[in-house]
Design a protein around this ligand. Structure first.
Ligand SMILES: NC(=O)c1ccc[n+]([C@@H]2O[C@H](COP(=O)([O-])OP(=O)(O)OC[C@H]3O[C@@H](n4cnc5c(N)ncnc54)[C@H](OP(=O)(O)O)[C@@H]3O)[C@@H](O)[C@H]2O)c1
Length: 423
């Protein structure tokens, strides 16, 4: 006979409702495949007046109805944010319940505290949905690829940013225009700052880096740059030079040094991540045994995320779930690895004679040489324009100093933009 698993659901929004609907839709398939029968015992919400996809007697405003119910086996946290989510996860573990969460923010900030308590109380923890929604990347890294030494991982981890850059390149329209479109379609939050400033991707990168490299980094040890300064001119110029701009998250290890970065990057059009478009996510893992492997799929949305949550629930219920190990190596230092890369630079200028020459001279003074340069002027009376430059492989520090010197000269209308190019 199938084993019945009773779920205490905390949060009944996009992901919580997706979970309810996926259980209703696919319960017979799941039961046949896993011999596990799933039942939502209770669902915690905040607003008593919203319409819910569950009978009223299953919905509660009191979290103790979940912690204190001995018939509940697994607590699923899909509230989001740090508090009260952290407190609820810890309370569930204190009540000896297994937990599943989709919440990258709480894991990035308090993952070690949560996993330590889970270990002490012999509870299982699933967090597949916290990174890349429906893509089973956590299982792959903690189990399927366990035999590999991984030295590099590159991903497109934020669907909102990828959607915005894709649409900007399809329609040649501005960041603000596409952001409103994304908000209308439910692909961007009303406050999109976590997504477009790279913070959401940085939370996910911290989780992936911990699993892959056993390192514990803090947010202030990661380089984080958003996509909010990219203009249609950048997209078009990158395209003309044979590149696409993508929101990238990278973890690279070099001996005891780790470089964790989130920033936009120019990728050659044939790069495996260059064809990951719209709200899709992907992770490229380089393992010493498997070589390059790509995971690709929907990184968000009600049903894709619920699919990952449900997979954790079933794996835990079958008791063959491998608890991801959170076992940081203390020797690792976090610092940018001083490798060189080519850069795309854009200098917003007033149209005056000799501007390209002046910029090129300062770059040359810092040992930066140029492969391509072009100027574009606005067709109006403002006398403004942009100089775009692609450099030979250069050190990040040299680029930063050169940009500061060019800005000090007072010939720019705005701060210059520098985007790394990945070959
Ligand atoms: N949405 C996605 O595509 C996606 C993808 C991957 C991961 N995630 C993660 O999944 C989690 C949930 O995201 P979501 O999009 O489903 O969020 P959401 O739509 O805003 O839903 C949040 C739910 O939590 C409830 N809630 C909020 N504060 C509460 C409190 N103090 N006490 C009790 N209940 C509370 C809300 O109650 P009311 O309904 O009463 O307002 C709502 O039902 C987040 O950590 C998110 O990062 C989401």
């Amino acid at each position: 006979m199938a084993k019945t698993v009773r779920i205490g659901l905390m949060g009944l929004g996009t992901v919580g409702s997706g979970l309810v609907s996926l259980i209703e839709r696919n319960a017979p398939i799941i039961e046949r495949r896993s011999d596990v029968k799933l039942e939502i015992a209770r669902a915690l919400v905040k607003d008593p007046n919203k319409k819910r996809p569950l009978p009223d007697d299953k919905v509660t405003l009191n979290p103790r109805d979940i912690f204190d119910d001995p018939s509940i086996d697994i607590v699923v946290e899909v509230i989001g944010g740090i508090e009260p989510a952290r407190m609820y996860l810890l309370e569930a573990l204190k009540a000896n319940k297994n937990i599943v969460t989709a919440n990258k923010a709480v894991l990035a900030a308090h993952g070690d505290e949560i996993l330590a308590l889970a270990g002490a109380n012999e509870c299982q923890v699933g967090f597949e949905a916290s990174v890349c929604g429906g893509i089973p990347i956590i299982q792959a890294l903690s189990s399927g690829l366990i035999a590999n030494r991984v030295d590099e991982l590159i991903g497109i981890l934020n669907g909102t940013s990828n959607y915005i850059l894709t649409r900007m390149s399809e329609e040649e329209c501005t960041f603000d225009f596409v952001l409103s479109e994304a908000q209308e379609k439910g692909l961007a939050e009303a406050d999109p700052s976590f997504d477009v400033q790279g913070i959401d991707a940085a939370h996910k990168l911290l989780i992936l880096a911990e699993l892959t490299f056993q390192v514990k980094a803090q947010m202030n040890e990661i380089t984080v740059e958003g996509i909010d300064r990219i203009t249609p001119v950048d997209i078009k110029t990158a395209h003309d030079f044979g590149f696409v701009i993508k929101p990238i998250a990278i973890a690279v290890r070099d001996g005891d040094n780790m470089d964790l970065r989130v920033h936009p990057a120019l990728l050659p059009k044939l790069h495996p991540l260059a064809s990951v478009h719209h709200e899709f996510n992907a992770v490229l893992v380089k393992g010493d045994a498997i070589g390059e492997m790509i995971f690709y799929g929907k990184g968000a949305g009600s049903l894709p995320t619920a699919s990952a949550v449900l997979s954790d629930i079933v794996e835990i219920a079958r008791s063959d779930y491998v608890v991801p190990v959170w076992n940081p190596q203390k020797s690792i230092k976090f610092a940018p690895i001083e490798s060189k890369s080519r850069y795309y630079l854009r200098f917003p200028i007033y149209d005056k004679p000799g501007m390209i020459g002046k910029i090129a001279t300062v770059l040359g003074d810092h040992g930066i040489s140029i492969t391509h340069a072009m100027a574009l002027l606005e067709c109006n009376e403002t006398n403004k324009g942009n100089v775009m430059i692609v450099t030979h492989a250069s050190k990040e520090q040299d680029i930063r100093h050169a940009l500061a010197d060019i800005q000090k000269a007072g010939t720019l209308t705005e701060t210059p933009l520098a985007i790394r190019m990945l070959e």
